[in-house]
Design a protein around this ligand. Structure first.
Ligand SMILES: Cc1ncc(C[n+]2csc(CCOP(=O)(O)OP(=O)(O)O)c2C)c(N)n1
Ligand SMILES: CC(=O)[C@@H](O)[C@H](O)COP(=O)(O)O
Ligand SMILES: [Mg+2]
Length: 582
């Protein structure tokens, strides 16, 4: 058992000669255990040097070796759900020498990526997509007369998302040659939540060679089930995997693994070791950890829950990331981790709001994308009193494009009645959370990953006036810089140097058009700034307003107005809501 992350590259004589899975397949099965030991120590060394996702990869060392040993990758399709566990896969598929570039600009991507390697047959990052994609590839092979394996490796956490069951349901209908491997380590990021997790855990405790009850669940969906089998034991795993790969039709292999396997601290604390920062040199004095926007949210929800017993907090499997740890500990009855189920999280919150509670949905911007229809259909149309705390809004750094929160303003600003707030720092975040929480209707506050410029916001009940911006400085250059969000501190000095008027707009919706009209009288140039896609974001809101104001009579954007159009005949709707604007 390894207890320390090596700071020097370990000696890996077998691994050094494995450049591709074809090299691995030259080895005798009896050598694979040695390969696993070397791969595990090399993985520890690499992640120690770069930081990144950690526990999940340690848990699938044996599975990765077994799959690339028995499959004919990259011709056979192998898809890693979420993809945070893909580092061993990358090491065995021609990228061993690039591992120290992991998650760095120009370096290896944090998740499987099609344009990075032929062995990455499907890009992942968001969970629960692997079965759908693998099924698509399997059906394509059937249609083309190809005889190839299509394998999806999905964790017990990712298995809790509805999309996984949509794919299982469809697979039965297609009878495609698909192998789903459930990597069951009884962990999501936190311990896995919900009935499925309990169900699986109960059966694991039976330590049965074959769990009839678990089999029943998946065989009811026309999968042939095998398991549970110890996925960290190559001697147990290889024969069962061979059997599954030898069969046709939808196969379901249930393996059990240990998240963090082989590294004692990670085995003891799989939550803490889900991801790690890179090791710092021993003599480097580490800076004190600054509170993040997520930490401020965690303090805010705890403080607000103390004052209002109607507050309930919901997270789709990101308790730690959204920092609801203290709230969950203090108010366990009012904390809900619904597992990786963003769609359910939103409509569950809607139900709570309809029946006297005041829900706060804490959700990463990128994962909010999963709950868009529920936000529209179940929350916004009904104009429910609900606050969405959108974390990781904007660029997120090392997790790259799959996790960037660049589209929430574009998605939300066209929804009638919703208000959208963009705090410039942690004090503004606190004020806006208060404002959104008490707003009669649906409110969203978006804030970024990491820390901002006000590390010690004061606890306050104060709110801010809806739709009102804040003048930061008046300038004489004739240019007004309109800030939406946390980049204000990045441009304050520049605005002073260039003598810009600097406005903290605070709201994307409702936009402070009264102030903009005044500024229009005295400024010749406007710059909008946001940590969001330029297309369709806050700047577009300003542009649309400006175009219709300055070009009054020359540009009129006619479409469905900012309201929910009730039922009528389509011709009545079109006449009343659109054509009559002409
Ligand atoms: C749609 C979506 N929601 C949330 C996440 C954040 N997330 C990344 S890994 C993870 C836990 C996955 O658990 P599991 O599938 O069991 O994999 P393990 O880490 O246990 O190997 C979560 C919630 C995500 N990647 N995608
Ligand atoms: C793989 C995954 O989706 C999560 O682990 C995500 O990387 C967490 O992001 P943060 O580090 O911003 O919490
Ligand atoms: Mg798991």
């Amino acid at each position: 058992m390894i207890t320390q992350i090596p700071t020097q590259k370990p000696n890996t004589p077998l691994l050094d000669n494995i450049h591709l899975p074809s090299d691995l397949r030259q080895l005798d099965e009896s050598q694979l255990i040695r390969v696993a030991a070397e791969l595990r120590s090399f993985l520890l060394y690499c992640v120690g040097q770069t930081g990144g996702h950690f526990g999940a990869g340690l848990g699938v060392i044996e599975l990765t070796i077994a799959l690339h040993y028995l499959l004919n990758t990259p011709s056979d399709h192998l898809i890693w759900d979420v993809g945070h566990q893909c580092y061993p896969h990358k090491i065995l598929t021609g990228r061993r020498e690039q591992m120290l570039s992991m998650r760095q600009q120009g370096g290896l991507a944090p998740f499987p990526k099609r344009d990075e390697s032929a062995y990455d047959c499907f890009g992942t990052g968001h969970s629960s997509t692997s079965i759908s994609a693998a099924l698509g590839m399997a059906v394509a092979d059937t249609l083309q007369g190809n005889h190839r394996h299509s394998v999806a490796v999905i964790g017990d956490g990712a298995m809790t998302a509805g999309m996984a069951f949509e794919a299982l349901n469809h697979a039965a209908h297609t009878q495609a040659n698909l192998l789903v491997i459930l990597n069951d380590n009884d962990m999501s990021i936190s311990p896995n939540e919900g009935g499925l997790a309990t169900y699986l855990a109960k059966n694991l405790k039976l330590k049965a060679r074959r769990s009839e009850t678990t089999a029943a669940l998946f065989e009811a969906l026309a999968f042939e089930y095998q398991g549970p089998v110890d996925g960290n034991d190559l001697d147990a795993l290889l024969p069962v995997l061979k059997t599954a790969l030898g069969k046709s039709g939808p196969q379901f292999l249930h393996i059990t693994t240990q998240k963090g396997k082989g590294f004692q601290p990670a085995e003891s604390d799989p939550v803490g070791y889900h991801a790690i920062t890179k090791l710092e040199p021993i003599n480097k004095v580490s800076k004190p950890k600054q509170p993040t926007f997520a930490n401020i949210f965690g303090r805010w929800i705890l403080a607000t829950a103390q004052k209002d017993q109607h507050l309930v907090g919901i997270t789709p499997a990101m308790k730690e990331g959204s920092d609801m740890v203290a709230f969950a500990k203090t108010y366990p009855q009012r904390f809900f981790d619904v597992a990786i189920a963003e769609q359910h999280a939103m409509t569950f919150a809607a139900g709570l709001a309809c029946n006297g509670m005041r829900p706060v949905v804490a959700i990463y911007s990128t994962f909010l994308q999963r709950a868009y229809d529920q936000l529209i259909h179940d929350v916004a149309i009904q104009n429910l009193d609900l606050l969405i705390a959108i974390d990781r809004a904007g660029l997120v750094g090392e997790d790259g494009a799959t996790h960037a929160g660049c589209f929430d303003i574009a998605a939300l600003r066209c929804l009638p009645n919703l208000i959208i707030m963009t705090p410039s720092d942690e004090q503004e975040q606190w004020l806006m959370l208060n404002t959104g929480y008490h707003y009669k209707g649906t409110a969203a506050v978006r804030y970024p990953r990491g820390s901002g410029s006000c590390l010690h916001p004061i606890t306050t009940d104060e709110q801010i006036p809806i739709g009102k911006a804040k003048l930061i400085r008046s300038g004489n250059s004739g240019t007004a810089l309109l800030n939406f969000g946390p980049l204000l501190s990045h441009v304050a000095d520049l605005a002073k140097e260039r003598d810009y008027t600097l406005i903290d707009m605070r709201f994307v919706k409702p936009l402070d058009t009264a102030l903009l009209s005044i500024l229009m009288e005295t400024h010749q140039q406007f710059i909008t700034l946001e940590d969001h896609a330029a297309q369709g974001g806050a700047g577009s809101t300003v542009a649309e307003w400006a175009a219709q104001t300055t070009w009054a009579g020359r540009l009129k954007i006619i479409g469905i107005p900012d309201l929910w159009v009730e039922h009528a005949s389509r011709s009545e709707q079109i006449a009343q809501q659109i054509i009559n604007q002409l």
